[in-house]
Write a protein that binds this ligand. Structure first.
Ligand code: CP
Length: 372
């Protein structure tokens, strides 16, 4: 059956032989995505991201009758959650079902894993054992489950080094690739398929939820990569990962687009085509959490954020834009990051973007772990 599929669905050359497949058909010179991990979109080529987005749109257009709808037939995808979720768990579970497979929910408390505080099974062993049961492993690990920034990323890469099936980030301390792809899909639906030269404002929003950097960092990476003009706006003290900022600058140079950081809201909103507001924590959060505990650290973050009363996306701020669309990865902290009026307004695409998580995750699973 797969012989008749368009080349964009095929995995013609296997560059990572996680599945032990020695040879694949050479239909085009495109590299295979079969067996590949997805820890950040920055690890994949633009061509690979475009192939994933193309298939996501196909799944959206042909949700229950696509030729790849049985590519996970009787296969299991493990969803390993250190932290809770609405969109990610439900969309992965639905995605696996729609591809003919099953997504199994796992939490660390149900496994006897070794940690800094307790004896147990090593990541090396767990990854290899899990690979004998499932065709892929998704992992979510955010701030409350780690002690320093980067530890979640290290864990995912340790799983990736030891598993023989793909590891997919379901959001970790540094990145959220499925969210980044779903965001882009939403922009193409609404702002046009050619996003070159469109301005996206990624703006910090006040709030009480103390958010991780993952969705914001993934957003500025993929959008600078795909040629949008990215403006990152935030108050003093909210600098993001310097390595990610450096990559964004390099991405923009390669894509012949722009990447800028501003601390002034007027500059940020002016002429924006898309506005994405989101709270994120200060760079000092993790250190504070280790010193004083998570509750005190969160309380401190909320006190700092409260100083920036203007940093909420309102109708007034949106009026300075180029009739921009409003987006947010969710969960939305209503009337803190954005007013109800904007979030529920005619230019809001938040639910379309949430829906897109399903389509992009189907595409990721089909391409990286689907039946060959
Ligand atoms: N955007 C996102 O990942 O949402 P959840 O935390 O609900 O999964």
């Amino acid at each position: 059956m797969f012989d008749s599929l368009p080349f964009s669905w095929l995995n013609p050359t296997c560059d990572r032989l996680k599945f032990g497949i020695e040879s694949c058909r050479h239909v085009t010179t495109m590299k295979s995505l079969y067996g590949r991990d997805l820890i950040t979109t920055q690890d994949w080529s633009v061509e690979e991201l475009e192939r994933t987005l193309d298939l996501s749109f196909e799944f959206k257009a042909n949700r229950y009758d696509h030729p790849l709808n049985n590519c996970l037939d009787r296969r299991t995808f493990f969803m390993f959650f250190y932290n809770p979720s609405v969109r990610t768990r439900q969309s992965f579970e639905a995605a696996a079902t729609e591809l003919g497979g099953h997504a199994q929910f796992l939490e660390p408390k149900t496994m006897r894993l070794k940690s800094g505080k307790s004896a147990g099974e090593t990541v090396e062993d767990a990854a290899q054992v899990m690979s004998r049961y499932a065709v892929g492993i998704g992992i979510r690990i955010l701030e409350t489950a780690i002690e320093h920034y980067g530890q979640g990323d290290e864990l995912l890469r340790q799983y990736a080094d030891n598993a023989s099936v793909p590891i997919v980030s379901m959001a970790h301390d540094r990145f959220h690739p499925c969210q980044g792809l779903a965001d882009v899909m939403g922009y193409r639906q609404h702002a046009g398929t050619n996003l070159k030269g469109k301005k996206i404002l990624q703006v910090w929003g006040k709030g009480a939820l103390v958010r991780s950097w993952c969705s914001v960092q993934e957003s500025i990476l993929i959008n600078s990569r795909l040629g949008m003009d990215v403006t990152l706006a935030y108050p003093p003290g909210y600098d993001l990962d310097p390595e990610v900022i450096k990559w964004c600058e390099e991405n923009a140079e390669t894509a012949d687009s722009t990447f800028e950081i501003v601390h002034d809201l007027e500059d940020g909103y002016k002429n924006a085509d898309i506005v994405y507001s989101r709270n994120w924590m200060t760079a000092g959060f993790y250190e504070d959490m280790v010193k004083r505990g998570i509750d005190e650290a969160k309380k401190n973050e909320i006190e700092i954020a409260a100083k920036y009363d203007d940093w909420i996306t309102t109708k007034d701020w949106m009026s300075k834009t180029n009739n921009a669309f409003f987006t947010h990865c969710g969960p939305v902290d209503r009337n803190a990051e954005v007013t109800d009026e904007v979030c529920d307004g005619s230019r809001s695409i938040v639910y379309d973007v949430a829906e897109n998580r399903l389509h992009v995750q189907k595409a990721i699973m089909a391409l990286t772990m689907g039946k060959q």
